[in-house]
Design a protein around this ligand. Structure first.
Ligand code: HAM
Length: 424
């Protein structure tokens, strides 16, 4: 019978890999909690309207990439393409703003975008997301980017470049939008049909275009950073100043517009040159108007998300696979010893020691082969004879030495051995 395959662009994380994921998640939780962030978990599906209203009707995500569907009641839902909109929805719904302290939240989980799958780009992917609500000033912008750099250091990834930019406020953006529109109109229909449409609906989105011809034309486009107002410039200058004070390295990249409409002022991306086309490990920025636009109070906010698949790909580059090995393997010969082995294995596990055995009564030779392959440092061997003498043979697979141990108080001996020795 033909086997069923996973959905294209949606990956299994197999046991050999899950350790990397867990260690990245643990480090992220650790770092975030040091900075005062608390975990939030939102549903993977939301009302479709939430994403249309927050990310923007004319963004690629909403126009082309949403997993949108009608449920059995005919309600339009979507699998979340990112976490920010859901977190804002939850923040408003549960009035988290009534707490006088600013809210620092993080979420880790799967996101869904119907993009064309390729290396580093999937249809189900995972984000580590952090958001701060209620701080207007530039200090938190710098702190967030500093936290992101620190997290990369802790995870052990170097060589990333933090690109920063400012998208101004709605006022300076309006001035710039007209200037950009004039530029696009002057180039006539040299742009692709998508860009011509964007020119009318949302001109800034032309910078998301992947068509080579459009990209080349945009080389000479006017840049938003040259048209921002005094307050936005002061905010941006202060962010840079704080980053310098914190020793966080950055580059100003005026071409970062981000693919989502809710941003204003500070935006940033963490870029690598080691993953080919999908070079953004993470990105984020300020989104001061969004809480209000989603029916909440006028609360400033800023956040970022990291793509876990890309992060783990970088982490694995050039590193050997981490093999997992039990500490002890119990090999037994005969029916009664096999039952004793079964009890012993459970006793060892009960004391927190990782142990494995052969459940099927195979030959000693094949058990020893399995023990070796498992990577266990110690093999405990016993048959009827040993059992009668209340003894057990201990083989150290590293030093290749054997000794006889009394069966009574074996668990205590194993605990001692475990605490004194290193991995195989
Ligand atoms: P984003 O730039 O769309 O921002 O996504 C953040 C990161 O998610 C990307 O840098 C990338 O590493 C990863 N990512 C995105 N799409 C895919 C994909 N199809 N396959 C694999 N990885 C992917 C946001 O989502 C914003 N919500 C970030 C944010 C939080 N802004 C404010 N707060």
């Amino acid at each position: 019978m033909e086997s069923i395959q996973a959905v294209r662009g949606m990956n299994d994380i197999l046991p050999d890999e899950a350790g990397w994921w867990r260690s990245v998640e643990d480090t992220a939780r650790d770092v975030f909690e040091t900075f005062g962030y608390r975990e939030i978990r939102t549903p993977v599906a939301e009302k479709l309207e939430l994403f249309a209203r927050s990310i923007g009707e004319s963004t690629d995500i909403v126009e082309k990439e949403m997993y949108a569907f009608q449920d059995r009641n005919g309600e339009w839902l979507a699998l979340r393409p990112e976490a920010t909109a859901s977190i804002v929805r939850s923040y408003v719904q549960h009035s988290l703003h009534t707490d006088s302290a600013p809210q620092k939240l993080y979420e880790i989980g799967p996101m869904f975008r119907h993009e064309r799958p390729q290396k580093g780009r999937y249809r189900q992917f995972h984000q580590i997301d952090a958001e701060v609500f209620g701080i207007e000033g530039p200090m938190i912008d710098a702190e967030m980017m500093h936290m992101l750099s620190l997290l990369m250091d802790r995870i052990g990834i170097s060589g990333l470049i933090l690109n920063i930019n400012t998208l101004g406020c709605p006022e300076c953006r309006q001035t710039y939008r007209d200037i950009l529109k004039d530029f696009l109109t002057a180039k006539g229909d040299q742009f692709c049909p998508d860009c011509l449409r964007r020119r009318e609906t949302n001109p800034l989105r032309v910078f998301d275009c992947k068509v080579e011809g459009c990209r080349a034309l945009l080389e000479s486009a006017p840049l938003l950073i040259d048209y921002i107002c005094k307050d936005c410039r002061a905010h941006f200058d202060a962010v840079k100043d704080y980053l310098e004070k914190l020793g966080t390295r950055y580059e100003v990249n005026p071409r970062i517009v981000r693919g989502l409409d809710y941003y204003m002022r500070t935006t940033f991306e963490l870029i690598t040159d080691r993953l080919g086309a999908q070079n953004a490990i993470g990105g984020g920025g300020r989104y001061n108007g969004l809480v209000r636009d989603l029916g909440g109070p006028d609360v400033p906010a800023i956040g970022f998300a990291i793509g876990m698949e890309r992060l783990i790909m970088l982490l694995q580059q050039g590193q050997p696979k981490k093999a997992h090995a039990p500490r002890f393997f119990i090999a037994s010969l005969g029916d009664a010893p096999r039952v004793s082995a079964f009890l012993l294995v459970e006793q060892l596990r009960g004391r927190g020691l990782e142990a494995e055995m052969d459940y099927e009564g195979r030959s000693l030779k094949s058990q020893m082969r399995r023990a070796d392959k498992s990577g266990a440092r110690y093999v405990l061997i016993f048959g009827e004879d040993e059992l009668m003498r209340r003894q057990i043979r201990l083989r150290d697979m590293l030093t290749k030495t054997q000794s006889l141990l009394p069966l009574d108080d074996l668990i205590e001996s194993m605990l001692r051995i475990d605490s004194e020795t290193i991995e195989r």
